[in-house]
Design a protein around this ligand. Structure first.
Ligand code: UT7
Length: 316
């Protein structure tokens, strides 16, 4: 078990417009029934005119600071996990630093591990918080995406799945709360990729079936690895929070491991797949629902473009 961290605040920010499956079916060749039965998704949020990925990131971060009850001066590092930054440079995290009035003597940068970004960020936060090199005691870790800008209505298998949103966590080092994390990557440019200017591809492309297989294998092996290396069994954790991509992926894992349905938190019905924002959005909703009481133990499982993988054990 590695060094401990604890999440002391969570916040989220969604675009104003909630888009139903019915509205999606007006733009692409699909139906509410297909989307619901194949993915579990009922609505998602899309940014409108004037709403940016940075706005979502900054809004979620401000809400997380308020939830933690700490001042911007107490943030020692700001990370934005994202695959859809508003600018290539400056990083979204740099703009958030200014907007929130964070100190200028902190590292602030973006991290792209696609849908696994938040889990990558947790590991990085744990390492930096325990390194003794940060000048202020907390890390602000944000997952923020505007995927509506990179999906093509002509490609219905991706257009129906993704949404925009952001969520953030305030994290500090802890002697009492244990944390364990394993990350990985496969270097794949075929199964899930884009957009890329070099190949003049403005949109995201995905081989849905291949990603589905990768996702179920990754979650199952991630759970087994966490059990082995953290010493905590899946049956004993309170919740397993998987990247929210598809209800069928999560149900497959639940059945395979013969674990109760209620152990797997799901909110993808409301938001669709929000990539790096999906796991923190789940945590923010769990906190709002009163599920993250002191002593609660979680497995977090991320998977996504890269192909990246991340499995973490954490305590509240
Ligand atoms: O964060 C990254 C994570 N991404 C994922 O986790 C995605 C993982 N994959 C999936 O969630 C599923 O593979 C999808 C939801 C993308 C697709 O579901 P599926 O059950 O694997 O469908 P399929 O690709 O095998 O396609 C079945 C049929 C095809 O028609 P035919 O060939 O059987 O006539 C597709 O053309 O469904 C058709 N189809 C659609 N029909 C209506 C594909 N997309 C749609 C659509 N609406 N949106």
């Amino acid at each position: 078990m590695s060094i401990g961290i604890e999440i002391i605040g969570l916040g989220k920010q969604l675009p104003a417009a909630c888009v139903t499956n019915q509205q999606i079916a007006e733009k692409t060749d699909t139906s509410d029934e297909w989307i619901r039965t194949r993915s579990g998704i009922r609505t998602r949020y899309f940014c409108g005119d004037g709403e940016t990925q940075t706005d979502l990131a900054a809004g979620a971060a401000a809400n997380a600071l308020a939830d933690a009850g700490i001042r911007p001066e107490e943030i020692g590092m700001c990370i934005v996990a994202t695959a859809t930054p508003e600018y290539v440079t400056p990083a979204t995290a740099a703009v958030v630093q200014k907007r929130l009035g964070l100190q200028e003597d902190i590292p602030a940068f973006d991290l792209n591990a696609a849908c696994t970004g938040f889990v990558y960020g947790l590991q990085l936060s744990a390492a930096m918080l325990n390194s003794g090199t940060l000048r202020h005691p907390c890390v602000l870790l944000i997952g923020a995406e505007r995927l509506s800008g990179v999906i093509d209505p002509a490609e219905r298998s991706t257009y129906v799945l993704f949404g925009d949103g952001a969520a953030a966590a305030v994290i500090r080092a802890s002697d009492a709360k244990r944390f364990f994390c394993r990350l990985g990557v496969r270097g794949d440019t075929e199964v899930l990729y884009g957009p890329t200017k070099e190949k003049q591809e403005p949109f995201l492309h995905m081989n849905g079936r291949a990603v589905f297989r990768f996702a179920t294998e990754t979650i199952l092996s991630g759970i087994a690895l966490l059990e082995q290396e953290s010493g905590v069994q899946a049956a004993d954790v309170d919740y397993i929070v998987c990247h929210q991509a598809n209800q069928r992926i999560i149900e497959h894992v639940q059945k395979k491991r013969k674990l109760p349905h209620e152990k797997f938190f799901m909110n993808l019905q409301k938001y669709g797949n929000t990539s790096a924002a999906s796991i923190p959005l789940a945590l923010a909703d769990m906190k709002e629902a009163g599920l993250l009481k002191p002593g609660v133990r979680l497995f977090l499982l991320g998977f996504g473009g890269g192909l990246t993988t991340g499995a973490a054990y954490m305590e509240f």
